[in-house]
Design a protein around this ligand. Structure first.
Ligand SMILES: [Zn+2]
Length: 428
């Protein structure tokens, strides 16, 4: 059924182009821009308006999120709550590391509670407003609690480790702290597919059949050592279609969500899998670690520089190695992250473009890929402005991804209707 649909769509797109070509009096004409437009025209004005509003609203929410976080930090510092939490830990134990951990646990729980209004609005209310969530409030909140649990374990470990480094290497902690932070990040990447993702979703091997055979063949052809493909029940959370390649250093696995499986054609799935394999083959996880490492060194250097300038004696923080200064550290670091959003987005987006090209070459499904991209329009603005894409998009825009697919199609002779230089098709 889906194949038939795709065929019909294909005929529609090609039909439209042929019509144009005839009017222009040229026998073989395929124009990537108008083919892209034909895809975009399949979304009606209402769908476009909803996805634009949803995505653009996210820009503002990022800003409100930062300001809200800064306000929380200020309250914790200004009213002595932060130094109070430190003193409480110090009363119970003389072990420094335990004191630090005691502070981080109190801090994490307190910030979780104070942040709830904004988190509920963004994560639950708004998702339902746009029809993107399938979760009841109880189920949604349960996931927040699981997330909090993960944060209490991994976040505490990471922050405690960095404070240990600050104490042991007061002059060079920006470097060694980044090494520690990177180690943590690599560790989280590595354990995610095995220990973290299954806390939220059920992963199981994709059922045997032609689709799986095709995906595994695609994997073998492209040097991806996957002997299985996983599917997970994302539909319990949302209607979004997606897939991912997760893990690093031996835990890598390719997973596709059941929305992708149920809502798109096998051509689209192949195209998306080709993209995910691209991330693997092009070593994107490892490269991201290197990039993040560099950004972390710069970030810590900024934090170190700004910390001494912003701190006030009334806050009761002894020095940079005092855990009571954590709200200030995080406020400065999140301001830094916010300001470099266009850089991080661009680094990720460039990887995504590479994976797109890889996926097209591997799967040879330009229309399947365009179909899948159209599906993503539910939560991603399709055609942003030039700078808007550079600043806010961590994936290429839908328009550019479909355009790239159509361009690819144009340049590949196996799609004779699309091939500009092919001789006029003989009629027989
Ligand atoms: Zn990707």
């Amino acid at each position: 059924m889906k194949t038939v649909l795709i065929m019909i769509c294909l005929v529609m797109v090609l039909g439209a182009t042929t019509l144009e070509a005839t009017t222009a009096g040229i026998s073989t004409q395929f124009d990537a821009a108008s083919a892209t437009q034909s895809y975009l025209d399949r979304l009606d004005a209402e769908q476009r308006a909803a996805s634009d509003a949803y995505f653009e609203g996210g820009y503002w929410l990022d800003l409100w999120g930062l300001l809200y976080g800064l306000a929380i930090a200020w309250v914790l510092l200004r009213y002595g709550i932060s130094s109070g939490m430190r003193d409480l830990g110090e009363r119970f134990t003389r072990f420094r590391f335990v004191r630090v951990v005691a502070y981080i646990l109190q801090y994490t729980l307190l910030v979780f509670v104070i942040s709830l209004p904004l988190v509920i609005y963004r994560g639950f209310v708004r998702e339902h407003d746009y029809g993107l969530s399938n979760l009841s409030f109880a189920d949604w909140f349960n996931e927040q609690l699981i997330g909090l649990g993960v944060e209490l374990v991994l976040g505490t470990l990471g922050i405690a480790l960095i404070y240990l480094v600050i104490r042991k290497a007061p002059k060079t902690w920006t470097i060694w702290g980044s090494v520690a932070g990177l180690g943590m990040l690599g560790f989280v990447f590595m354990i995610s597919p095995v220990f973290i993702n299954p806390l939220f979703n059920e992963y199981q091997p994709l059922e045997e059949g032609p689709l799986k055979a095709k995906i595994l063949s695609l994997a073998r052809a492209n040097g991806v050592p996957a002997d299985d493909v996983y599917q997970f029940d994302a539909s319990k959370q949302s209607t979004r279609i997606s897939a991912n390649v997760s893990g690093i250093f031996g835990t890598t696995r390719i997973s596709l969500n059941d929305n992708l499986l149920n809502r798109t054609s096998s051509e689209s799935i192949e195209a998306v899998m080709g993209h995910e394999m691209g991330h693997y083959v092009l070593n994107h996880s490892q490269k991201m670690l290197v990039f993040f490492g560099i950004l972390m060194v710069i970030g810590f250097t900024f934090v170190r520089w700004a910390f001494g300038r912003v701190i006030r004696p009334a806050w009761g923080i002894r020095d940079v190695s005092d855990i009571a200064g954590l709200p200030l550290m995080l406020a400065l670091f999140s301001t830094y992250l916010f300001l470099i959003t266009p850089i991080t987005n661009s680094i990720i987006r460039i990887n995504e473009i590479e994976a797109d090209i890889f996926g097209l070459n591997a799967s040879r499904q330009p229309d399947g890929f365009s179909e899948a991209i159209l599906g993503l329009s539910e939560y991603r603005k399709m055609q942003p402005g030039y700078w808007e894409e550079i600043i806010f998009f961590d994936h290429p825009s839908g328009y550019n991804r479909i355009y790239m697919s159509m361009q690819w199609k144009l340049e590949n002779p196996e799609f004779p209707q699309a091939h500009r230089h092919s001789p006029p098709a003989s009629v027989d």
